[in-house]
Design a protein around this ligand. Structure first.
Ligand SMILES: Nc1ncnc2c1ncn2[C@@H]1O[C@H](COP(=O)(O)OP(=O)(O)O)[C@@H](O)[C@H]1O
Ligand SMILES: [Mg+2]
Length: 273
């Protein structure tokens, strides 16, 4: 057991992928996508993870959700070592942690209306709810992501990119998670929608005390909502500091490169105007 104040703790986590032989002369190759990552996230805190594409950020989140097997190390959720839990044993912990994946659009069933998409997790995790309670809860969820009731019967393709994003956040919130993990969810949208999503996540974090693990290659956006930032490269954790330390006084040359690569240079406490 570890201190229960941490919603998440990782201890020397290693995740690898085996690239199988597609032809007799190909060598079987193991790619270590996450290489000995240790971190902890206190309840209600927001932690950002930045790094270039292929650095292992998505794999790290998938491993935490048990979507990919881990090679070694330990994962603690709310103080419980869930590393070797079966999917059935892990099921109560799935409610505590929710992930909004990088390709969130492909996870929204194109044939289901907004109402059905939000009803699905409620039916699975809260089967005792009456039809009226479910309807009210769906209204609350739309409210919490600042979406209008008039969108209830729309299909995902009838929503804007920003609305689809908010819908996937609302679906994640349906199970009352203690930790929301967002994987590059703002990279595909315009600046206005980015700002809206960032302020929505900030308010979920500050008002509802939902812890955030926010992954992005955009340090300026991450520093907008997270107090602490981790820099990841080639599966390893390079540097960990407060947003202002990372943006203005980073120790590692790679972090300096990342900061300099952003046209909207951050000033340590948010997006530059
Ligand atoms: N399903 C997979 N099978 C094999 N290799 C993968 C798979 N997913 C990711 N990888 C490889 O793992 C490394 C880390 O990928 P990823 O976690 O997606 O990084 P990031 O999210 O930082 O861009 C990359 O080299 C990628 O090619
Ligand atoms: Mg990724």
């Amino acid at each position: 057991m570890v201190e229960a104040e941490n919603i998440l703790k990782l201890d020397s986590l290693v995740v690898d992928y085996i690239h199988r032989r597609r032809a007799p002369w190909w060598k079987r190759r193991t790619l270590v996508a996450v290489n000995g990552v240790s971190l902890s996230l206190a309840k209600g805190e927001a932690l950002g993870i930045v790094g270039e594409s292929g650095g292992g950020k998505s794999t790290l989140l998938k491993a935490i959700c048990k979507f990919v097997p881990i090679r070694s190390g330990h994962i603690f959720i709310d103080g419980v070592d869930v590393t070797h839990f079966s999917q059935k044993e892990f099921s109560p912990f799935r409610k505590k942690i929710q992930m909004i994946p990088q390709d969130f659009c492909s996870t929204l069933d194109p044939r289901m209306s907004v109402e059905k998409i939000l009803a699905e997790p409620l039916d699975i995790h809260f089967p005792h709810l009456t039809a009226r309670e479910k309807f009210l809860r769906i209204g609350e969820l739309l409210d919490s992501v600042e979406m209008d009731d008039s969108l209830l019967h729309r299909l995902p393709r009838e929503l804007s990119g920003g609305q689809r994003q908010r819908l996937s956040i609302a679906r994640g919130l349906a199970v009352n998670p203690e930790l929301l993990m967002c994987d590059e969810i703002i990279s595909a949208c315009d600046l206005f929608s980015q700002k809206q999503i960032l302020s929505l996540l900030t308010s979920l974090n500050r008002k509802k005390q939902i812890a955030l693990l926010f992954v992005s290659h955009n340090i300026a956006a991450v520093s907008h909502i997270c107090r602490d930032i981790i820099v990841m490269r080639d599966g390893k954790l390079l540097e960990w500091g407060t947003a202002s330390e990372i943006c203005t006084a980073s120790k590692h040359p790679y972090t300096k490169l990342l900061v300099n690569a952003i046209p909207h240079i951050c000033n340590g406490d948010g997006l530059a105007p």
